[in-house]
Design a protein around this ligand. Structure first.
Ligand SMILES: *Cc1c(COP(=O)(O)O)cnc(C)c1O
Length: 469
């Protein structure tokens, strides 16, 4: 089983446990200090303190990359204390690594920012690995009972396939799709005693669907179930789902958080404890520690420390990036709205978007009230938008093909503006019927606005739309 009972420690092992307890007390103090700081300060420093730099890392001001496959122990007592889980250890690079720890600390602090809850994080090699590991853990078999989970159908194409094909078609675990996540009765009608969790993605990729998160969260909790939110597009700079009661937050850290785009990364971030109907006290008490100690180490979806450092670097500027990119995206959306060749502009920041009111309840630029430029709470709606091109899919491809500055890429959240046609890329595999269910027409272009000057992004779109006529 996963839970070996530690033996009563020998004197030698006890020495290491005492030492670890002192280090853990320092860590708790560091967490408490960090939690008093503002978002930008946490994003820059995480828990990598001057003491950590000087005493453990030769004074390096930047978090070191521990490019090492394993951890050496002083003696057999330390090895025993570590391997029996009685002291913190990283042991082996598949299980953990100090550089990953720095990234996890920062992500947990940012996603738990301003929230009176204890929050944990475990990072993965990709967003899909994070979703797979977390969902498989919640979908563990208990006897022969059927198992189901309930998910919004407007989700990232890879997640859709993982749920629909890998879990439902190949393994008989039923996914019950929600067509309108703002219809609480629809969520309610899908839950029964075999349901394990509720899942939503907001804003959704690529349709920018948004819903009143607190409602299905409350419903999940009425049924003793956790709510899982994919918050990749919002990032904690705009919304922290745990503040609204969500138990578990998922990130494709690959995207907006790692805007330089050097590789993939994923994260599961969870409050402690989570709500669950599974009889597993360890898992419930600290979901992320449980994932790291058990399923994650056996499944091997580990992140490389080089990529962790790249992400740590990008995260330091998350709030200001999201602020500027959101403002650029709004300008681009307003421009597109006026174009005769464009039929629908999905951007939650457009006041006539049907989901503008509900998105405005949740999407706030963190700390705007403490920023001299604003001095009050300010809504921001992120860098992602999508639009339809009139006259069908062929016309959409023509416009798309004429883009010069904006690159044609199956990706988002980059420092460079990029675009894709979801029906032939990110959401190709799920097939036409599933795309129809999720409202992803073939003439839809998804645009991820980057850090260029918005005038240049707009003139690229303008020439592509004009030339294509
Ligand atoms: C890209 C994406 C994922 C998958 O993440 P990877 O890091 O590419 O594995 C999950 N959710 C959303 C919303 C995404 O955009």
């Amino acid at each position: 089983m996963d839970h070996p009972t530690p033996p009563s420690p020998s004197e030698g092992v006890k020495k290491y446990i005492d030492r670890a307890n002192q280090m853990l007390a320092v860590r708790q103090r560091d967490i408490a200090s960090a939690r008093k700081r503002r978002f930008d300060t946490i994003a820059v420093h995480g828990l990598y303190t001057a003491t950590e730099a000087i005493e453990k890392n030769q004074g390096a001001i930047i978090e070191p990359v521990f490019a090492s496959s394993g951890q050496a122990y002083r003696d057999s007592d330390e090895m025993e204390a570590a391997q029996t889980g009685q002291i913190p250890t990283w042991a082996y690079i598949r299980i953990h690594n100090p550089t990953l720890g720095y990234l996890e600390d920062t992500l947990a602090l940012l996603e738990g920012y301003g929230i009176d809850a204890d929050v944990g994080c475990v990072v993965y090699s990709s967003g899909m690995a994070a979703i797979e590991n977390l969902s498989d853990t919640l979908l563990v078999r208990q006897g022969n009972d059927p198992i189901n989970f309930v998910a919004q159908c407007q989700i990232y194409g890879g997640t859709f396939q993982q749920f629909n094909v890998r879990k439902m078609q190949e393994r008989g675990i039923e996914v019950r799709w929600i067509l309108d996540p703002n219809n609480i009765d629809e969520w309610r009608s899908k839950i029964d005693k075999h349901t394990r969790f509720l899942y939503g993605e907001l804003p959704s990729n690529p349709g920018l669907v948004f819903f009143d998160l607190a409602k299905p969260v409350a419903l999940a909790h009425e049924h003793g179930l956790p709510f899982v939110a994919d918050s990749t597009i919002a990032t904690p700079a705009l919304m922290r789902p745990i503040a609204y009661g969500a138990d578990i937050v998922i990130h494709s850290v690959t995207k907006t958080m790692s805007s330089s785009g050097t590789g993939t990364a994923g994260a599961v971030i969870a409050r402690k404890p989570i709500v669950t109907n599974l009889p597993n006290d360890r898992m419930k008490a600290d979901f992320c520690a449980y994932l790291r100690d058990y399923p994650h180490r056996d499944q091997g979806g580990c992140l490389h420390p080089f990529q962790a450092l790249s992400t740590i670097g990008d995260l330091r500027t998350l709030r200001t990036r999201i602020d500027v990119w959101s403002q650029s995206a709004l300008k681009v959306a307003q421009f597109l709205k006026k174009q005769p060749g464009v039929s629908d502009v999905n951007y939650l920041g457009l006041e006539d978007h049907p989901l503008y009111p509900v998105a405005s309840k949740y999407l706030w630029l963190v700390d705007a009230e403490h920023d001299d430029r604003y001095g009050k709470r300010v809504n921001r709606y992120g860098h992602l938008l999508s639009f339809r091109v009139k006259n069908g899919p062929a016309a959409a491809r023509k416009v798309f093909d004429r883009l010069q500055l904006i690159m044609r890429v199956t990706d988002l959240g980059r420092v460079k503006s990029i675009a894709t046609i979801p029906s032939i890329s990110t959401h190709l595999q799920q097939g036409e019927e599933s795309r129809k269910m999720a409202h992803i027409p073939p003439d839809l272009v998804r645009l991820s606005v980057g850090a260029e000057h918005p005038d240049d992004i707009i003139s690229d779109l303008e020439q592509a739309l004009t030339a294509a006529k």
